[in-house]
Design a protein around this ligand. Structure first.
Ligand code: GDP
Ligand code: CA
Length: 312
């Protein structure tokens, strides 16, 4: 069985761990979001790819959901002692090594997809992890604050401002000329089913779907999504701020309509959202909280079962 999944960071990675447990013999290809990528201190940082790699490879800081376990912060402290900005982005010493290897390989001319494969040779995540594109596209956010109206990098809005200033719009800079990374369209074409984890529908899954060619390729398959919204609120984090920026209500119904037809064939919602409906989409209510490994495996198994049923 071949499964393709589009993933952001924490929500995607946790779901994928459940999917691996639910389908141990499946070949899983993960198309990772690179819209969150940022260059810091001359190093290329790919937070969502790394969150998936560390989570599935057993190196994640479980409590935090991102970054390495047993982390120290000597480099960050030394940079701060020099007064070097930014100081709002948390990079641990172990994590720095990943960004150094990646940046060195980029400098040597390797595409991000090959670099990701090389990093995964160490972590053995048990899935094939491919960035959505080898071309650089970054999510930027338009805000107005005391300095006026301006566009800032998504990470500055998300991490430094904790999305406290409303986003007037969100743009994926560079996407017009971006191509899917080698293997992305092939993996989708060969997939039996595509599963959308409860990743952020705007700045994770929505970003991947904007890369020319990916949305159409996915829509041609049997696709089941899991709602990241339960009872009108994100389960974790600030997805409501990104939905507001594109004029979409924070509800399982509105996210279902945002993905819509022909993209989606099935949609999993929480029990309290059981009334959600859209023509042409099979909606099922299931326990949606990834509270522990068993619950996460059951959720991923339910998404996969529905997808396989609909594919028949
Ligand atoms: P990020 O890149 O680290 O922000 O992570 P993702 O985009 O992959 O996932 C973030 C989304 O995961 C948020 O919108 C949350 O609402 C959602 N999420 C987190 N934990 C859970 C959970 O246990 N169940 C469900 N259904 N959604 C979750
Ligand atoms: Ca992310």
């Amino acid at each position: 069985m071949r499964i393709v999944s589009l993933a952001g960071g924490i929500g995607g990675a946790r779901f994928l761990r459940g999917l691996k447990a639910a389908a141990p013999d499946a070949e899983i290809t993960v198309i990772g979001n690179t819209g969150d990528d940022i260059t810091l201190f001359g190093l290329r940082v790919c937070p969502d790819l790394d969150t998936v790699m560390y989570t599935l490879g057993g190196g994640i800081n479980e409590e935090q959901g991102w970054g390495r376990e047993k982390e120290t912060h000597a480099v960050k402290e030394e940079l701060a002692a020099y007064g070097v900005e930014p100081q709002w982005f948390g990079l641990g010493d172990r994590d720095f090594a990943t960004h150094i290897v990646r940046s060195q390989m980029l400098e040597a001319g390797y595409p991000l997809s090959q670099i990701t494969e090389a990093l995964c040779a160490r972590w053995q995540p048990g899935v094939r992890l491919i960035p959505m594109s080898d071309d650089r596209c970054e999510t930027h956010v338009v805000i107005t604050d005391e300095r006026g109206k301006r566009a800032i990098h998504f990470q500055e809005w998300w991490v430094r401002m904790r999305a406290s200033v409303p986003a007037e719009s969100i743009a994926l800079v560079g996407v017009d000329t971006a191509k899917p990374a080698p293997g992305v369209l092939e993996a989708i074409a060969e997939a039996d089913v595509v599963i959308l984890p409860p990743s952020n529908p705007v700045v994770s899954v929505g970003t991947i779907l904007q890369v020319p060619g990916i949305r159409d390729a996915v829509a041609a398959k049997t696709v089941v999504g899991v709602s990241p919204i339960i009872g009108g609120a994100p389960v974790r984090g600030m997805a409501d701020a990104t939905l507001a920026a594109i004029g979409v209500e924070t509800s399982a119904q509105a996210v279902l309509e945002l993905y819509g037809r022909p993209l989606l064939d099935g949609w999993l919602v929480a029990q309290e959202d059981a009334g959600v409906a859209l023509d042409g989409v099979t909606v099922q209510a299931r326990p949606l909280l990834m509270s522990d490994p068993d619950a996460t495996r059951a959720l991923a198994g339910a998404a996969l079962d529905l997808a396989l049923d609909l594919a028949r």
